[in-house]
Design a binder for this molecule. Sequence first.
Ligand SMILES: Nc1ncnc2c1ncn2[C@@H]1O[C@H](COP(=O)(O)OP(=O)(O)OP(=O)(O)O)[C@@H](O)[C@H]1O
Ligand SMILES: [Mg+2]
Length: 469
Amino acid sequence: MILGSLRARLSAWLLLPLTAFVSISGIMSVQNARSTANILQDNALVSSMRIIGEDIDWGSGEIVVQIPPAALELFESPEHDSVFYKIVDGRHRLLAGNPDLPLPDTISSSPTFYRTVLDGGRHVRAVVYVRQMFDSGRVEDVTVAVAKTELSRDAMAARLWHPQLIRLILMLLLAMLLVYFGLTFELRPLMKLKDDVSDRAPSQLEPIRAERLHFELRPIVDAINQCISRMSQQTATQRQFVSDAAHQLRTPLTLLDTQIQFARQRQNQDEQLAEALAGMHKSSRKMAVLTNKLLLLAHAESSLPASDEDFVDLSAAIAGVLEELIGFAQQRDIDLGAEINEEMRVVGDETLMTALLTNLVDNALRYTQRGGRVTVTARRSDATAVVQVVDNGPGISAEARSRVFERFYRASADTEGSGLGLSIVREIAHRHGSTVTLAPGKRGVGLVATVTMRLWSDQASALAEGKGS
Ligand SMILES: Nc1ncnc2c1ncn2[C@@H]1O[C@H](COP(=O)(O)OP(=O)(O)OP(=O)(O)O)[C@@H](O)[C@H]1O
Ligand SMILES: [Mg+2]
């Protein structure tokens, strides 16, 4: 998961070297701080050793040692280090100080630094040198050693490296935050592109717009757009083929129908032949209806999305559909009516909107039992017109309801039909930015087909016109 994440990988590329750099810088600043503290500590030790050394003198033939307070005051610190000194003469006799302080094997007149451990396990840093004392022909080597525990040295080193380390850690945290937010921000166009591609309906074949995308990503979008364009051409060719085929079929079918009708009108004694002719007539009618539906479906699929300028007078369209189907309703003894409270104009193409309404009312009339009732209602709801075709027929089971919009799917075998009506309805609604839903009627009786249509307004149309020009 993490290996596959672009954000994680880019972060790793940036943050791993940065973490390594911060670690190395941290180690180096600790080392620098320690060596600075060591130098300061050693300087103080040498100063103290020299002050003590300078104060050693001859007094009545004997070496007299006095420890000046300044020599020890040098080491005063909040950490209260323990300070030790040891002064011995040339015969290793202790003149002053701590007898336990070990001395190194080689000692010279220049300061020699060393680390040692006192009884009791205390670690100390020490410095030692030999001062030659001359007195009336006598020469005496006096060894002066000063040592101290290293509490103040450690504290000083910590005071030096702590702020630097905190600065480095803060820098690393800031870099992490910047990388996180920077990547989130910079990846936004890519995420938008992802949404744009994944939210697309299968029929949405216009190119992806990539104005705000980084130029590194443009070739990907160009490649996707080329693919979309090829798919779009392919789909258009297929639709054109269906449309052409349906169109080509229409003429011979009309001719066939006329010829069959002519043959049936001739006096014919042969009952079987008459029956065959009647069957042929029925089949040719079915084929003509199917061809027309295929043509309508191809037309709905290939039409552009409805423009905001075009409108349909809803009540007139419903009245037209009812007028056309009233004969069929009477034939089936169905009470067909409409309830429309106000004039409404909806956005859309008149031929397609009429086809949508015709298919819904035709279904209601076709599948409702004799003596039933079919009502078309239209009302305004916010910026939409809600049209409902309500019947009190058998309705559609929940299971079939999810499939009836599929092409050639039919839920009942008792009546004739091609199974294309609701596919046409859905395609037209889609082109108009409308929605179609099917639900059971009151108390679960019948079917309610609801279509929400966009209301047409002068302003929206003027706006669309302005954009177009
Ligand atoms: N008002 C309705 N009441 C009950 N069943 C319906 C209703 N409308 C549609 N159906 C069911 O949904 C199926 C699909 O309807 P659709 O209009 O797509 O096809 P069709 O009516 O069978 O054929 P076509 O409309 O292409 O002639 C129908 O076969 C029918 O079983
Ligand atoms: Mg139908």
